[in-house]
Ligand binder design. Structure first.
Ligand SMILES: Cc1cc2nc3c(=O)[nH]c(=O)nc-3n(C[C@H](O)[C@H](O)[C@H](O)COP(=O)(O)O)c2cc1C
Length: 157
């Protein structure tokens, strides 16, 4: 794709730092792909404009009370209605990463359900970390970022 720059947006929330570590690793993986630019934002700072401008999206959340973090939900709440009027968000490739104490499935399934509403296209298996963030999880996150970035850059999604 020559000089075309593919834009990957990573949005996340993190209270005690675990999801943030994952997000940083997803960003690292995505940045390792040529012709890719990465925007890493806390969900609370992310806007509809960020969504419109990206070519691919990674969403990260801790699981709190069997659900995504409230501030990740807040991002969806703030952007959903307007997003539906902007056809360019449909079919945007996305991936998810979750940090949980011991589960993570509640946060994941609710994010996936909302993503269906936006008609995002899931392009890779989610990463769920249970407990401390170890090297294996960091590597999976890096791979997740690298995969969505490489796919976007190659135009395969
Ligand atoms: C208020 C609160 C609720 C939580 N609820 C769950 C839960 O339902 N399931 C679970 O597996 N872990 C739960 N946890 C553990 C967090 O998901 C886990 O500590 C996670 O790594 C936090 O991510 P963070 O460091 O990015 O904030 C909860 C933690 C907090 C603070």
């Amino acid at each position: 794709m020559g000089h075309t720059v593919c834009k990957i947006l990573i949005i996340y929330h993190s209270q005690s730092g675990n999801t943030q570590k994952m997000a940083e690793q997803v960003a690292r993986g995505a940045k390792s792909v040529e012709n890719v630019s990465v925007t890493l934002k806390r969900a609370t700072d992310a806007t509809l404009q960020d969504l419109l401008e990206c070519d691919g999206l990674a969403i990260g959340s801790p699981e709190y009370f069997g659900y995504m973090a409230g501030l990740v939900k807040d991002f969806f709440d703030r952007t959903y209605n307007e997003a539906l009027e902007r056809k360019e968000i449909f079919k945007k490739p996305y991936v998810v990463f979750i940090s949980a104490g011991n589960d993570g499935t509640g946060a994941l399934s609710h994010i996936e359900r909302i993503a269906m509403g936006y008609q995002f296209k899931k392009v890779y298996a989610p990463v769920i970390a249970r407990g401390a963030i170890d090297q294996e999880i960091l590597e999976k996150c890096e791979e997740l970022g690298g995969t969505i970035a490489a796919g976007c850059e190659a135009g395969i999604y």
